[in-house]
Design a protein. Structure first.
Length: 404
């Protein structure tokens, strides 16, 4: 192996590396021995030169190094990348062979030991996101390895997250390898069918991380003797995944609210795919905050409310405004629930930790004058594992509350 450029840390800044956290921030770096090329391998050393770890250099990002290995003898070659992909795929083997779902996450970035890479499976197609320069310059190789391991019909790239701009990368959306996917890919999930737009849909097309929570909602209603009298408010409905499970669980009615008419059109399609009645009055296009205020002002109420908003905070500077948004939407939900009603509330903002999110919801409860119990803490499914060394990987957090 040719000599790898070295990054030297300030004294006392090696602790997170020794604890195997995969990020080295710019403020921890004292000097760079030679100027590495963007995305190149670099060795991370302590202030006295002791070798600590090896990773990928991102000169334009605050996360300057994304660490790959803590073994100085380990070669970061094609065999390394193949082994990491094989390990990630093997970790989803039970889900892949269970027959319960044809759509799931295959590679979960840092938590699978491949920082900056997301790979989702939708039936015969894979969707890849390269979110860091080190992955960007290797995405062709990674796509080829994935093709050899899984033989998909095609691999589509959705590298259009704004985080790429912090890496000095442009946003990319288009075919990467093999066949281009159709306009809509139909996938199955726990006996349900969903049409997914991997070209234009949020994230990679579908909220795969909510699979278990959708199933939980369906189970709750299915076990409720009064389900046929229950009305569900599905706020930030997207393509109506929660609605399909709720209606299949025999809810009397599900009202879906979203700011996008296009995603609600796809939601109607998903209800029809599952043989469920499509009632036009149950699809409301509008700002969720405004619509829920209108419901409150009219004195309307619901038995179950699902709040699955988009990411309100993308960085620490936005935590304050995000907290206000989460408090506002949860306050409205508490006011709209009937006594004994259920609230499923979520945050997918990684910078909003679970403890902070619960405190925000608690504050909303106090202002509402209601009482509530936490029945469950919610999160993503097992195809979105969280490395113990990388708690930031638990970006999705939620609460199931009973409200009095």
């Amino acid at each position: 192996m040719s000599r790898i450029p070295a990054i030297y840390l300030h004294k006392g800044r090696e602790k997170s590396v020794l604890r195997r956290h995969p990020w080295v921030f710019s403020g921890a770096i004292r000097r760079v021995e030679t100027q590495p090329q963007p995305g190149a391998l670099v060795d991370v050393r302590s202030h006295d030169g002791t070798w600590l770890a090896r990773g990928l250099w991102s000169p334009e990002s605050e996360i300057r190094v994304r660490l790959l290995s803590w073994d100085e003898t380990e070669e970061i070659d094609e065999g390394f990348w193949r082994a990491r992909l094989e390990r990630a795929i093997a970790g989803r083997a039970e889900l892949a062979t269970s027959g319960h779902s044809s759509a799931y996450r295959l590679v979960h970035a840092e938590s699978d030991g491949i920082p900056g890479l997301i790979v989702d499976r939708y039936g015969d197609w894979l969707v890849l996101q390269a979110l860091a320069i080190g992955i960007e310059i290797r995405k062709g190789m990674l796509a080829r390895l994935l093709d050899g391991l899984l033989r998909p019909r095609g691999i589509y790239e959705r590298s259009d997250e704004d985080v790429r701009l912090k890496e000095g990368l442009r946003l990319v959306n288009g075919p990467l390898l093999g066949e281009e996917p159709p306009e809509l890919i139909e996938v199955f999930e726990n006996g349900h069918v969903f049409a997914v737009d991997v070209r234009r849909g949020h994230k990679t097309g579908f909220y795969l991380d909510q699979r278990e929570n959708r199933a939980l909602l369906g189970d709750i209603l299915r076990l409720d003797r009064d389900a046929r009298r229950k009305t569900v408010l599905n706020a930030f409905a997207y393509t109506c995944g929660f609605a399909v499970y709720a209606l299949d669980g025999l809810a009397q009615r599900v009202i879906n609210v979203d700011s996008s008419a296009d995603v609600l059109d796809l939601g109607r399609h998903n209800l029809a795919l599952n043989g469920l009645e499509v009632n036009e009055d149950d699809f409301v296009v509008g700002d969720v905050f405004r619509v829920l205020r209108e419901y409150r002002d009219r004195g309307e109420s619901f038995d179950i409310i699902v709040l699955d908003p988009p990411k309100f905070a993308r960085n620490a500077a936005q935590i304050g405004s995000a907290a206000r948004g989460y408090k506002d939407i949860n306050l409205l939900a508490f006011k709209l629930l009937r006594p004994g009603g259920l609230l499923m509330t979520f945050s997918c903002s990684g910078v909003i930790g679970a403890d902070l999110f619960q405190k925000i919801v608690f504050g909303a409860l106090l202002d509402s004058g209601r009482e509530a119990q936490v029945l469950r803490h919610l999160g993503a499914g097992p195809d979105h594992p969280v490395a113990l060394t990388f708690p930031e990987g638990a970006y999705l957090k939620g609460l199931l509350c009973r409200v009095w």
